[in-house]
Design a protein around this ligand. Structure first.
Ligand SMILES: Cc1cc2nc3c(=O)[nH]c(=O)nc-3n(C[C@H](O)[C@H](O)[C@H](O)COP(=O)(O)OP(=O)(O)OC[C@H]3O[C@@H](n4cnc5c(N)ncnc54)[C@H](O)[C@@H]3O)c2cc1C
Ligand code: HEM
Length: 395
């Protein structure tokens, strides 16, 4: 239990975290990944080298310190952390490792003048308080995923029953459990995690479910990333008949229950969760859907036929496609060419702004969409987005 004095110490540390939080978390990861090899497979090396994971953790710690008096104010951030942890199967026994390394990093980065014994004791108690909250929320999530029909705990073997190229760089994998059982339903927008062994190394990666829940299996759609470990392995070495280990679905970027028009805006492979959302909304309601997709070119444009077919069969579904460039003899005409513009969105979105928007794509793309929706006047609470990696600031 934190004492009032310890709470004051934590609050007094906020300015240090605002300026030095990333240096602290960078040092923390270095320590932890070198001294505790057992947690290395949990972390994506690319997120470490881009600094995204350090920034996400530094932001988490900063928000926590700011809200130490009112933890419920952490709100969406806590749900985001719990979902990401659950997807990657973070366990209670991992928390003391993070706690030990965080306290050591605070001591070593701040130095003994600032990181006095009182400061370290306050941070130790604060860390334990947050760890207890996360461990309990994660325990509940694991238990409810295991107890749900078709649910499970930990890894489960799935067979690739179909592998379908969707564009020159995206392929879909249709996965069904090897044990022949059913699979737990998920909310459109959620993702699963794969545990892979590549070149003798264990890695874990998240993939959004790209088709609505059907109780029998899941579909993921993976873009080949140049130099990417998991995506190249999946494209080159995983074929129909291969098996993959999956952790159960998680994620809080999910379709809301509303009759307001649904606006889905995606760039590139960011289309995947919006496909599941569109399919789920088409199956369950007459909700109007405006589906806007940006692709670099026709060659890399995935799921074009699926989207066209939705438009021809469902009067409430309207789609717009934009290519950054048009090749000679491109198989289809886009609705516009070039980068996303304010005018496009103004023209294509309902003028009364009575809609819910979900968007996903590369970071600069998302920053543009977020800004445009705000300038059009859409309330922030109606615009939701997710990162295909640790969350970052979108400004
Ligand atoms: C919630 C969520 C949902 C997702 N959904 C999807 C989806 O539906 N479809 C999809 O395709 N992806 C999705 N992703 C992304 C996916 O999890 C992987 O990050 C992606 O497939 C790349 O993984 P990889 O192992 O191929 O690449 P990585 O090996 O992680 O590498 C990624 C990039 O970083 C570079 N890199 C790697 N290591 C280093 C290093 N040490 N230094 C410098 N550069 C480095 C690589 O060259 C590559 O360009 C999602 C991610 C999240 C978090
Ligand atoms: C109080 C303790 C912790 C806090 C505040 C915390 C915070 C965070 C935050 C903010 C993220 C980013 C979430 C997102 O943007 O999606 C994250 C992701 C993650 N956390 Fe934690 N975490 C804690 C404990 C742990 C522990 C104990 C482990 C396991 C050793 C762990 C492993 C991970 C992993 C693997 C990711 C995803 C990394 C990636 O995408 O590369 N965390 N955590």
């Amino acid at each position: 239990m934190l004492t009032d004095t310890q709470r004051d110490i934590i609050k007094a540390t906020v300015p240090l975290l605002e300026t030095g939080g990333e240096a602290l978390t960078t040092h923390f990861y270095k320590l932890m990944l070198s001294e505790y090899p057992e947690v290395r497979p949990l972390f994506n090396q690319a997120h470490q080298s881009s600094g995204a994971q350090q920034r996400a953790l530094a932001n988490g710690v900063l928000q926590y310190a700011r809200h130490i008096d009112r933890l419920e104010a952490l709100g969406p951030l806590a749900a985001q952390i719990v979902n990401k942890h659950v997807s990657l199967q973070i366990q209670p026994e991992h928390y003391p490792i993070v706690g030990t390394c965080l306290l050591r990093a605070i001591r070593e980065v701040l130095g003994s003048d600032l990181a006095t014994d009182e400061v370290i004791a306050a941070w130790g108690a604060a860390y334990q308080q947050l760890a207890d909250i996360l461990i309990e929320a994660e325990r509940e999530a694991y238990a409810s995923l295991a107890a749900a029909p078709g649910g499970w705990r930990g890894g489960r073997e799935f067979r690739v029953v179909r592998k379908v190229p969707e564009s020159v760089e995206i392929s879909s994998f249709y996965l069904e459990p090897v044990d022949g059982g059913s699979v737990v339903d998920f909310k459109a927008g959620q993702y699963i995690s794969l545990r892979l062994i590549v070149g003798g190394q264990e890695i874990r990666r998240n993939y959004s479910l790209s088709a609505a829940a059907n109780g029998r299996g899941y579909r993921i759609s993976v873009k080949r990333e140049p130099g990417g470990v998991a995506s190249n392995y999946l494209h080159d070495l995983v074929s129909e008949g291969s098996t993959l280990e999956l952790f159960p679905p998680a994620g809080e970027f999910t379709l809301n229950d509303s009759n307001r028009p649904l606006v889905l805006i995606s760039g590139g492979v960011g289309i995947t969760p919006t496909l599941a959302m569109a399919e789920a909304a088409l199956a369950g309601s007459n909700r109007r859907i405006i589906f806007i997709h940006y692709a670099r070119s026709a060659q890399v444009h995935a799921f074009g036929e699926q989207i066209d077919s939705w438009e021809s069969h469902h009067p409430q579904f309207q789609r717009f496609v934009v290519y950054e460039e048009v090749e000679a003899q491109a198989p289809r005409e886009p609705d516009a060419v070039g980068r996303p513009t304010f005018a496009q969105l103004q023209q294509w979105l309902p003028a009364d702004l009575d809609f819910d928007a979900y968007f996903l794509g590369p970071k600069p793309f998302m920053a543009f969409i977020k800004r445009t929706l705000r300038e059009l006047g859409l309330p922030e609470t109606r615009a939701r987005y997710e990162f295909f990696g640790p969350s970052e600031a979108l400004s």
